[in-house]
Design a protein around this ligand. Sequence first.
Ligand code: MLT
Length: 300
Amino acid sequence: MDGKILICDPVDKVIIDKLKDRFQISYQPEITRDELLSIIKDYDAVVVRSRTKIDMDIINEGKKLRIIARAGIGVDNIDTDYAEAKNIKIVYAPGSSTESVVELTLAMMIIAARQLVNGIENTKKNDFKKLKGYELSGKTLGILGYGRIGHSIADVAKVLNMKLIAYDPMPVQYQDFVKKVTLEELLKQSDFISINVTLRNGSGYILNEGELSLLKKGVIIVNTSRANAINVMDVVKYLKDGTIGYLISDVFWHEPAKEDYEFEILKMDNVLVTPHLGAQSYEAQKRIAIMTADNIMKEW
Ligand code: MLT
């Protein structure tokens, strides 16, 4: 065997099939932080999703660690700078969940715009009162974070006849039907905003009081990337006064919520939260597992 790999979060079993002839695999999808701290010294590589945090203490205990693999896209749960300073390679699975995240984003926009959650909850109580919503067609969608997922959202939203604007702090290519704008323009002009950013461990919030104050009244914000894109303390006021018509988010500041202000947000009528389902499709999970295994073997 070439080495020992610890898988810390639920990952499609195809990852084991691909690695087991070469490596000794331990699959512990519910491992606690304390357990991880006590056994990490025995492993050459560790595979995580977003539940398990790989911070300095874990890295220090992982004396044999040579690879940290993120079975997914966001590496904000890993202290990448510290790991790299210790010559530990970081691998991840870019592009593997794009279709799933894009489909969820579009579904969330329609769910919020057409009041589908209220409508469904009402009919369960035999209340057939007609609720009125908005079409996506003709509205401006601001795509905040314009990587692979942002590009694909634009492709689909174009078919729905949305006007498309996008902002990314990095130099990226824009499709010809998407207008490149500043963050300020995006916030002022968008009827819908899709947040698709990647954050690193320790990145600050992107939308603080100053940015939130620029939002168009009634905007529907869909966040399928990271809750920390939005300042949790600043957002409450804009949710309460209806500046944000709906916040529909697949991510939360703590998952599950811990703080009183998080419980307050969860209960608001104009907030809908799903439990980090973006990459949770059978297809995406399989692609992620295969790509993660391949990347581990490439980097070994
Ligand atoms: C990701 O960054 O890929 C997501 O957080 C998906 C996940 O691990 O559930």
